[in-house]
Design a protein around this ligand. Structure first.
Ligand code: AMP
Length: 191
């Protein structure tokens, strides 16, 4: 299996690049943000539980997020591989993911971290807000999400670095150029 983690701060281009990677490598896309938004849209019990946290730009507790992710992986027994987008966001989530994949006789192949400056992020999210309708894209909430990223999520990077699985890719510039850079990294990992 080819199991990729696409890593980066809010607005780094994870969604855009994930879509291109799925098409190219025929992977199943798992975005925990999209899954939460679907639960909120469908007004499920989980959606009701997490909607305020998400609207405020705070992380959803690990136990809730991990359970939802494992359930989603379980829905795709035939997958050739997965691309994890927006997960893991904490070291506990990264550890849980490793354990879960190991129980399925697989593991994370590699992690691509999109490198983008904070200034570029703020500009991009301001543009996205104009079209996205995401309640968590406004300036105050975005500040919180960037804080969560630099306070909690960045610590996931050394976790994968220690495993020799981390590659950083410049996330600023033309979408196709960034995609080519990611592809050339992933092609070296292909099983
Ligand atoms: P995203 O679409 O990936 O930016 O996620 C939107 C929001 O969903 C985040 O700001 C968090 O509130 C929540 N969320 C998504 N993924 C996770 C995760 N792995 N752990 C905790 N909260 C998450």
């Amino acid at each position: 299996m080819l199991n990729l983690v696409l890593f980066g701060p809010p607005g780094a281009g994870k969604g855009t690049q994930s879509q291109k990677l799925i098409d190219h490598y025929q992977l199943v896309h798992i975005s925990t943000g999209d899954l939460f938004r679907a639960h909120i849209g469908n007004q499920t019990e989980l959606g009701q539980r997490v909607s305020k946290l998400i609207a405020d730009g705070e992380l959803v507790p690990d136990s809730v997020t991990i359970a939802m992710l494992e359930e989603e992986i379980g829905k795709h027994p035939q997958a050739k591989g997965f691309i994890f987008d927006g997960f893991p966001r904490t070291v506990a989530q990264a550890e849980a993911l490793d354990k879960f994949l190991e129980s399925k006789q697989t593991g994370i192949t590699g992690v691509v971290a999109l490198d983008v400056t904070e200034e570029e992020l703020t500009t991009r999210i301001a543009k996205r807000k104009a079209i996205s309708n995401r309640a968590d894209d406004d300036a105050e909430k975005l500040k919180k999400r960037i804080e969560e990223y630099f306070g909690k999520t960045v610590h996931v990077l050394p976790y994968y670095e220690q495993q020799g699985k981390l590659t950083k890719v410049n996330g600023i510039g033309d979408i196709e150029v960034i995609f080519d850079a990611i592809k050339s990294v992933v092609d070296t990992w292909k099983p």
